[in-house]
Design a protein around this ligand. Structure first.
Ligand SMILES: NC(=O)c1ccc[n+]([C@@H]2O[C@H](COP(=O)([O-])OP(=O)(O)OC[C@H]3O[C@@H](n4cnc5c(N)ncnc54)[C@H](O)[C@@H]3O)[C@@H](O)[C@H]2O)c1
Length: 249
């Protein structure tokens, strides 16, 4: 069940946080996981941690927002390791810089682009690079890590981030309709508040989470591991909330 032996999975932004948890989960199901990150030390340490557990991983350093780098790097990866069977679009937030929350009316237009670049263009670049091969081979899984901010309005100063995350959800829905007959599924996961957010911010929100705690990288990994599996082959174009019950509809 949920065996990924023989599959190659690419997880973007997998050097830390949710992406690393997802990479651990996919590798524990038997996949060779390519740990991408914009920060070389993170990609290398993520791959080393997986290998230390007796699973298969390789590090790959590039920026998902750089279309040329994505195309060239994925081409090189496929030459070295074979086809990418599973893509997890995880790199997000504000990209390589810290997330600064601000009400839209107070936001600076020069700061908008970084959210759209990493959370929407990054997803488009990576998905566009792997999709033709997946369709040719008749099997593929594209899973995009989105956010509660991408499915509903929140008064926490993340409107541009949320707009980009909403775009990534609908991108998966549309592509799913185009590639379903080729054996490729495309889904999105809307994570709730996870344990990588600052404690000061989380403290006020935890009481409103029905499960009573923040989400973990393992929580993100389990849902991704299922959607990546053979068993999830009839599930596509969907958004799954992994949020401790914060969005019960
Ligand atoms: N943390 C949360 O509460 C939360 C909630 C909802 C959704 N999410 C989403 O989950 C995903 C992971 O979040 P996280 O909190 O684990 O993030 P994180 O910031 O802890 O880790 C993200 C990783 O991506 C890498 N990265 C950043 N920009 C990159 C780029 N351009 N190319 C390649 N790698 C890049 C970073 O170096 C980092 O290692 C993101 O898409 C985020 O939007 C997070």
């Amino acid at each position: 069940m949920l065996d990924l032996t023989g599959k190659t999975a690419l997880v973007t932004g997998a050097g830390s946080g949710m992406g690393l948890g997802i990479a651990h989960q996919l590798s524990s199901q038997g996949a060779h996981v390519i740990v991408n990150d914009i920060v070389a030390a993170k990609a290398e340490s993520g791959a080393e941690q997986i290998i230390a557990r007796g699973c298969m991983a390789s590090a790959s350093v590039w920026d998902v927002t750089d279309a040329d780098a994505v195309k060239a790097s994925i081409g090189n990866l496929e030459d070295s390791f074979g086809a990418i069977d599973i893509l997890v679009n995880n790199a997000g937030n504000a990209g390589a810089v810290d997330m600064v929350q601000a009400a839209f009316r107070d936001s600076v237009p020069e700061n908008w682009r970084k959210f759209v670049d990493v959370n929407l263009y990054g997803v488009m670049h990576c998905t566009h690079a792997v999709l033709p091969g997946m369709c040719e081979r008749g099997w593929g899984r594209v899973i995009t890590i989105s956010s509660a901010a991408g499915r509903t309005g929140l008064n926490i100063g993340v409107s541009v981030y949320g707009a980009a995350k909403a775009g990534s959800i609908n991108l998966m829905r549309h592509i799913s309709q185009e590639v379903g007959r080729h054996g490729v599924t495309c889904n999105a996961i809307a994570l709730g508040l996870m344990d990588t957010v600052p404690e000061e911010f989380a403290r006020h929100i935890i009481p409103s989470i029905p499960c009573g705690r923040l989400g973990t990288a393992e929580d993100a990994g389990y849902m991704t591991g299922f959607l990546a599996s053979e068993e999830a082959g009839w599930i596509t174009g969907q958004l799954f909330c992994v949020d401790g019950g914060a969005a019960p509809f």
